[in-house]
Design a protein around this ligand. Structure first.
Ligand code: SAM
Length: 274
């Protein structure tokens, strides 16, 4: 038995035949010390509902429940995992709800129903960025979640927290930095997963800003898409379809600068001027 009185995860995987499937981004975490560290990174969970994407065999789910999560709602696409997850739900009566479905088709705000919620997940890598962008562009803002604590490939994590002037700085950093305070909590080596992925991963913690600069996410997206779509070109060239030099003059930005030198505030000013 593990610390929580449930069978060890290796045993759960064997018993339920949960061999990992690449197409579903399945890299499982079997060490409850590590999943507890992720759960603790999300702060106090005792007053909130925790949404988890892809509980799989339930390693992180169990850590969330052990770390006093008031309630966990987990959405899993792989039906093979449901019996294993039902055993955890039975062990923690009334605290775990499993939804069999696709995280991309889930209406998370509706699930939260206006009550405090946090999102914690070891995301399937193939849909991680898409989910993050959806959560960062949700309306209204402040959003339905108090924080996001998410595992990404380290390269993606670095793109989320990047500052201007680096190679990692791009659309994701502008979006994340505009609406949240984002930081990398710690790295997780490939060997921590079963099966091990090819690259190192990182846990990122994002806290929504109460009052981000006022601009529409759609317009900010248009400016960053154009600017970073041709990131080696000068802005007067890359922003031509949006007004080029005239647009840059409106906000007093030197047209010979390149996208990666612009601060988030400058991107917001350009989007406001559109
Ligand atoms: N939480 C488990 C852990 O930490 O060991 C599993 C994490 S694994 C990286 C990703 C999980 O997401 C898998 O269980 C996979 O089946 C599930 N998944 C993949 N695509 C999904 C989707 N579109 N919606 C919901 N779950 C999905």
């Amino acid at each position: 038995m593990a610390l929580d009185g449930l069978p060890p995860l290796r045993e759960v995987i064997r018993q339920h035949g949960l061999d990992a499937r690449k197409a579903l981004g399945q890299n499982f975490l079997l060490d409850l010390n590590l999943t507890s560290k992720i759960a603790r990174s999300a702060g106090d969970l005792s007053q909130t509902t925790v949404f988890e994407v892809g509980p799989g065999p339930g390693g992180l789910t169990r850590a969330l429940l052990m770390n006093s999560a008031r309630r966990v709602v987990a959405v899993e696409r792989d039906e093979r995992c449901l019996p294993a997850l039902a055993e955890i739900a039975a062990h923690y009566p009334g605290r775990l709800e499993i939804i069999s479905g696709d995280a991309l088709k889930t209406d998370w705000a509706a699930l939260a129903g206006g009550k405090p919620a946090k999102i914690v997940a070891n995301l399937p890598y193939n849909i991680g960025t898409e989910l993050l962008v959806r959560w960062l562009t949700v309306e209204p803002w402040p959003p339905f979640f108090e924080s996001l604590t998410l595992m990404f490939q380290r390269e993606v994590a670095q793109r989320i927290v990047a500052s201007p002037d680096g190679d990692a700085y791009g659309r994701l950093a502008v979006l994340a930095g505009w609406r949240t305070d984002a930081r990398i909590m710690f790295d997780v080596p490939p060997q921590a997963f079963t099966p091990p992925p090819k690259v190192t991963s990182s846990v990122v913690h994002l806290i929504p800003r109460a009052e981000p600069l006022p601009v529409s996410a759609r317009l900010l997206g248009r400016v960053t898409e154009a600017a970073f779509g041709q990131r080696r070109k000068m802005l007067r060239q890359s922003l031509k379809p949006l007004g080029g030099e005239a647009l840059l003059a409106k906000v007093g930005i030197d047209p010979t600068r390149r996208a990666e030198t612009l601060s988030i505030e400058e991107f917001v000013a350009l989007a406001q001027a559109l």
